[in-house]
Design a protein around this ligand. Structure first.
Ligand code: EPZ
Length: 423
């Protein structure tokens, strides 16, 4: 199994290009189920999760092809509406095929995702919303079995979600594009990936207004058609590189980024002492000296993203002072704490709050990645730890970061992928 070897202490310098957003591309691939025409997506990152979604769709008879950063999907040959446990358990985002399958084919059988390393993550809001749109849903043998009963199509409805859910909003928005009449989703997720998906769907002929706000209105249409769409830049990958630059006291410019989607993250980096300049599609971060400790609280967009919490914790580990990190989205997203402690971090946890006391130095050790963003945090910590840090189980990292170690090497980091266990 691959692992990463990092020798810390090198300030990152230079420029790197940001990849397309995983969490936008995955849903757009599923949106390909809504039309029999071809959907061509560019700026699709090369990631394990994208491959998994491709396999899931291919299993249903969808033609999926990649040519460099462009992926085309064509679902005129759709012959199955099932998402099996084997695939769904490896990638929870698979749940986003549920809404499109129901809208397009009138039925779906999608495995319930089951438990997850970062929290319980139920899908009750997806199901409640689809039921409001007229779907009949039952749970059978671990699967969500959904159909339209005696109805020919889904029916538009007003849906108020109990909490803000990203994939829940996306599933309902996609389903509603082909429903009869108008759907309104209140308390919708405002994440930029939701707005990007809506823009892609509108390019396919959907009539969606308000995506990016907490009230999305969708006027159902009879059919969607093919389109070409360029996926937005990955704001979490961008943020992760920025934190890596900051922790090492580096000077890094990110190209092809979307600074407008990163306000909360850039604010916290400035508070930590980073100097940041940004244009329309680039960000430059310079950090001189030791970072200052910051307090932060994760919350739905536009507040600080839970997907950047672990990386900021790594920064806090070597900061000057004490910072409190409150995680409000997922109940178990502190798995990286025990690993950061193995590198010498001083972190205490009380419920959903972590108190991070900055230490003067971290020391390299063998650590284990537990989930995607936790892996990024360990790599970031390894970049400043004394001696060697080995990060194990990096298949988590490969799910969400394209060739992370190569791009860090390009910035001067001493990091390599190694295929065997160290002696
Ligand atoms: C999306 O997950 C992202 N995944 C996650 O990114 C991200 O951490 C999360 O949104 C929050 O921003 C994708 O887009 C593929 P939620 P999602 O539904 O949609 C609870 C990464 O590292 N909830 O917004 O699954 C849920 O348990 C990943 O790239 C319900 O209770 O998250 C959680 O506590 C990890 N019932 C909260 O809501 C529901 O029906 C927010 O979850 C749905 C959610």
């Amino acid at each position: 199994m691959d692992r990463l070897r990092i020798r810390g202490g090198q300030p990152l310098q230079g420029s790197v290009r940001v990849a397309g957003a995983k969490n936008a591309a995955l849903k757009m691939l599923a949106a390909g189920l809504l039309t029999t025409d071809e959907l061509a997506l560019s700026n699709v990152p090369m990631l394990a999760d994208i491959t998994t979604m491709g396999r899931l769709l291919a299993g249903m008879g969808v033609k999926v092809a990649r040519d460099r950063d462009t992926v085309t999907v064509r679902s005129d040959g759709l012959h199955s509406t099932e998402a099996s446990y084997d695939l769904v358990k490896t990638m929870r985002a698979s749940i986003v095929v549920l809404g499109p399958l129901l809208a397009r084919a009138g039925s779906a059988r999608v495995s319930l995702p089951g438990g997850c390393a970062i929290g319980a993550r139920p899908v009750d809001q997806h199901l409640k919303g689809l039921q409001a749109l007229g779907a009949q849903i039952r749970i059978e043998h671990g699967y969500i079995v959904a159909d339209l009963g005696s109805n020919r199509r889904l029916r538009g409805a007003r849906i108020v979600t109990d909490l803000v859910t990203v994939t829940g909003t996306e599933n309902l928005m996609m389903a509603a594009t082909l429903a009869d009449g108008q759907t309104v989703i209140e308390n919708a997720a405002r994440e930029p990936e939701v707005a990007d998906l809506a823009a892609c769907l509108n390019r396919m002929g959907a009539r969606i207004r308000g995506a990016g706000t907490d009230r999305i209105a969708i006027e159902g249409v009879d059919r969607l058609h093919g389109a070409q769409y360029r996926v937005m830049p990955d704001r979490i990958e961008t943020g992760s590189f920025l934190v890596a630059a900051a922790i090492t006291g580096g000077d890094v410019r990110l190209e092809g980024a979307a600074p407008a989607t990163l306000d909360a993250v850039l604010d916290k980096l400035r508070e930590a002492g980073a100097e940041i300049q940004a244009g329309e599609d680039w960000i430059r971060l310079r950090m001189v000296g030791r970072p200052r400790a910051v307090n932060l609280r994760t919350a739905p967009y536009p507040a600080f993203p839970t997907d950047m919490q672990a990386q900021f914790m790594a920064l806090g580990c070597v900061a000057d002072g004490v910072g409190a990190i409150v995680e409000t989205i997922f109940e178990n997203r502190f798995m990286h704490v025990l690993e950061l402690q193995r590198l010498g971090a001083d972190i205490g946890i009380d419920g959903n709050t972590a108190i991070v006391r900055g230490v003067a130095r971290l020391s390299g050790a063998r650590v284990m990645a537990t989930d995607l963003r936790a892996s990024a945090s360990l790599v970031i910590a390894g970049l400043v730890a004394d001696g060697e840090t080995w990060v194990d189980r990096i298949y988590h990292l490969d799910r969400g970061y394209e060739r992370m170690e190569q791009r860090l090497t390009q910035l001067g980091a001493r990091i390599e992928r190694v295929g065997s266990t160290p002696a």
